[in-house]
Structures are given as structure tokens and as C-alpha cells.
Design a protein around this ligand. Structure first.
Ligand code: HPA
Length: 275
């Protein structure tokens, strides 16, 4: 058997045992500073990544490194408190292993979140943005021999982010009196923040926000037929000129995401309740 697939099955068998053979409906990826949603999960079972066979260890700032299984909005969920990034040095099949593990456990919906820099001039720090589409400048995680048991060689990406879930998010936010932005997420490798020339370039080609994650997970989820909803927390405004008033800083990103985490968590919870 393909060694990558063997590793996914071994990890999934372990997690399945820890959650008593349950079938979570929803997988959630909590980005930098957004881990608080895990506190809303009822009857939680915490599974540190370091105990899962074959899993990498999440090293990024603001990322705890646990799977949390339990109930949110009346549904069984498996949340990732912290994710793996390409910039940490892992190959793409490890960056995305947790998503394929979710698939084997029966997950049908993936809710992804991230901290991102706002490139759209209308955005403000603290805004939440529904991801309506993405542009990928990270290596594609499906490069290499196709894992046929998960999906096709050439998966379609026309509807990467589910229209029904986007409509539901807008309805939920409206009822809560929260204004949501909606836009295109640009995925780059990091770990450097963007130069002003890059920010102008990304804006020109249609980006509204830029970050260093999410896209690999979404591609792998869509490859195996998981329905995706994505949200970015705008933690900083990307600098478009070289006389920057505010320099980008990882700790500040985590702090701003933390401040927005309650709003995002409540929106996720209400959409999940409606599934
Ligand atoms: N750029 C890339 N990634 C990020 C940013 C940014 O400005 N903010 C938070 N994550």
C-alpha cells in the first residue's frame, strides 16, 4: 500500500478509537488565535496531535495542537485546535493529513478559519470575511501519485466554497447584527509577510485577503468530496507602500484573531446547528 495512505489509515484508526467509534459530521480547522471555539464544544475529548501516530507536531504561534471531539450546535464535530503549515517544513501530504483522517471518520462538512491580512481597501482590522473563492500560490497538495481512494486525478474546483453555506452564514450574521465581508483568499507560502509590491499584485489579480494556510486543506477536502465553508479573520491591513505605519507582527495577528474569535465561533455554531 502507498505509505501515505497507510499513515492516514493508522492515524484515523487511532482517533476513531479515542472518540468511541463516533462519526463526526463536521470537521473544523481553527486558525491562529481562533482556538477559543474549542471551549464551546460540549463533552470534549481532547486528542493531542503528538499522541496520534504519524502526525506532525504543530509549531506555529497561536496554535495548540489538539483534535477536540464533542458536540457543537447539537452536532458531533471534530475540531483542530491548530493546524499544520507548509512553512513549518512539512510535505503537503502531512500538512493535510488531518483532513483525510476526518474523511475516513465520516466528516461531511469542513469549516476552515484563518487569520489573514486585508488587501481590500474597504476592510478593517477585526472584520470577518466569508471566503467565496481562493487563489493558490502554494504548491498544490494533490501533486504526486493520485490517492484514488480519496478522489479523482483532476478534481473540479468551480464550487470550492459551498454556496448554500455562504448564504446560511450571511443569514446567521444578519440575525446577529454582524456585518460580514466576502472575498477571495490568496494563499501564499509565508513565513514572510508580503512586500508592498506583492500586496499590490495580489490586489490587482483579485485578492481581498492574504494568508499562509487554508488552501491546501480546502483542496484536499474538495478532492475527497467534503463540503467546505471558510472564514478569514482580518488581523492586519496589508501594507501597499513602503512607508509602513504599522509593521506586521505574529503576536499582533494572534491578539486580533483572539478578539474576533467569539463572533466567528458563534457564527460557526449557528451554521452547524442548521445542518
Ligand atoms: N499575510 C499573510 N498571512 C497572514 C497575514 C498577512 O498579512 N496576517 C495574518 N496571516
Amino acid at each position: 500500500m502507498d505509505e501515505r495512505i497507510e499513515r492516514i489509515h493508522t492515524a484515523a484508526d487511532y482517533v476513531r478509537e479515542q472518540i468511541g467509534g463516533a462519526t463526526p459530521l463536521v470537521g473544523i480547522v481553527l486558525g491562529s488565535g481562533l482556538g477559543k471555539l474549542a471551549d464551546m464544544i460540549e463533552d470534549p475529548i481532547v486528542i493531542p496531535y503528538k499522541t496520534v501516530p504519524g502526525f506532525p507536531v504543530s509549531t506555529a504561534v497561536g496554535h495548540k495542537g489538539n483534535y477536540i471531539f464533542g458536540k457543537l450546535g447539537g452536532k458531533q464535530v471534530l475540531a483542530m485546535q491548530g493546524r499544520f503549515h507548509y512553512y513549518e517544513g512539512y510535505p503537503m501530504d502531512l500538512v493535510t493529513i488531518s483532513i483525510r483522517v476526518m474523511k475516513l471518520l465520516g466528516v461531511q462538512y469542513l469549516f476552515v478559519s484563518n487569520a489573514a491580512g486585508g488587501t481590500n481597501p474597504d476592510f478593517k482590522v477585526g472584520d470577518l470575511m466569508i471566503i467565496k473563492d481562493h487563489i493558490n500560490l502554494l504548491p498544490n497538495p494533490l501533486i504526486g501519485p493520485n490517492m484514488d481512494e480519496f478522489g479523482p486525478r483532476f478534481p473540479d474546483m468551480t464550487c470550492a466554497y459551498d454556496q448554500n453555506l455562504i448564504a446560511k452564514a450571511e443569514e446567521v450574521a444578519d440575525s446577529m447584527g454582524i456585518k460580514l465581508q466576502k472575498g477571495v483568499y490568496f494563499g501564499s507560502t509565508g513565513p514572510t509577510y508580503e512586500t508592498p509590491a506583492e500586496v499590490r499584485f495580489f490586489t490587482l489579480v483579485g485578492a481581498d485577503a492574504v494568508g499562509m494556510s487554508t488552501v491546501p486543506e480546502v483542496i484536499v477536502a474538495r478532492h475527497c468530496g467534503i463540503t467546505v465553508f471558510g472564514m478569514s479573520c482580518i488581523t492586519n491591513i496589508s501594507n501597499k507602500d513602503t512607508v509602513a505605519k504599522v509593521l506586521n507582527d505574529g503576536d499582533d495577528v494572534v491578539m486580533q484573531a483572539n478578539a474576533a474569535a467569539d463572533r466567528m465561533s458563534e457564527i460557526f455554531k449557528q451554521i452547524i446547528a442548521s445542518l
